[in-house]
Write a protein that binds this ligand. Structure first.
Ligand SMILES: [Zn+2]
Length: 248
């Protein structure tokens, strides 16, 4: 599982937020999250995990759009992506594959321009009235589009994509960061406790970061003393049973 947009856009380029779940889509409610993308045809939307993209006809409001269906933690979800630059290609995708590029098709303008539809041509998408952005909706279960009513049967299953994705990814982050580092009181060395209950010495600073990523993201426990170690290797370091270690 990953974000479907680059971190920088995810954090800094949010437009209209998700308002609240509704039975249908009465005018005035915003049922997704907008991300401002500044340019057309350049910002990729990637598959958050393995799944299937279903595409639809060009819509005067949604522009080029599609729904990406996937399963996560035993549940089915559909991620609806709107205002894409060009028609996408339906079918199976793997996590990280590019589904398409953000554009300004359909109703992709700010309210100050009133109710108007633009963005079908490349010229319109690049005009000063266009506000290139990605509108994302997350639906629990299979999203079904009713072409006769021209509205999605979203029901109460529509949920906030931002909070849900952040919850999923933070959980994954926590699972990836199970390493606990130990610091012996009064000593500068830091140790990682291996699965075999042996404490492996770690050097802090640059080398540490290159081996383990961000220091601050991991837990460091201070303890009174560390059990004697058997001779063991860990990365660049070799420990002996006196507790000393050498760079090897
Ligand atoms: Zn929107």
């Amino acid at each position: 599982m990953r974000l479907f947009l680059a971190d920088e856009i995810w954090k800094n380029k949010r437009g209209f937020p998700f308002k609240k779940p509704v039975t249908y889509l009465p005018a005035g409610y915003h049922t997704g999250q907008d991300f401002l993308t500044d340019s057309v045809g350049k910002v990729p939307v990637v598959a958050p995990c393995d799944g299937i993209l279903t595409i639809y006809q060009l819509s005067r409001s949604a522009g080029w759009w599609g729904t990406y269906s996937f399963e996560y933690a035993g549940n089915k979800y559909s991620l609806k992506i709107l205002h894409m630059y060009k028609e996408m290609k339906g079918g199976k995708y793997k996590e990280g594959n590019i589904l398409g590029y953000c554009g300004a098709t359909g109703l992709s303008i700010t309210q100050k321009y009133g109710e108007a539809y633009i963005g079908e041509s490349e010229e319109e998408q690049n005009s000063d009235k266009a506000v290139p952005h990605l509108h994302v909706e997350l639906h629990k279960g299979e999203y079904k589009h009713d072409t006769n009513k021209k509205r999605g049967l979203c029901d109460l299953r529509i949920i906030d994509p931002v909070s849900i994705f952040e919850k999923w990814l933070n959980k994954k982050q926590a699972e990836n960061n199970k390493m606990i580092f130990y610091k012996e009181s009064g000593k500068s060395s830091v140790y990682l406790k291996g699965n075999d209950n042996v404490y492996y010495p770690i050097i802090s600073g640059k080398h540490f970061i290159s081996l383990f990523g961000n220091w601050k993201e991991n837990t460091i426990k201070e303890i009174d003393n560390i059990n004697p170690k058997s001779e063991s290797y860990f990365g660049l370091f070799k420990a002996n049973n006196e507790g000393d270690y050498d760079v090897v």
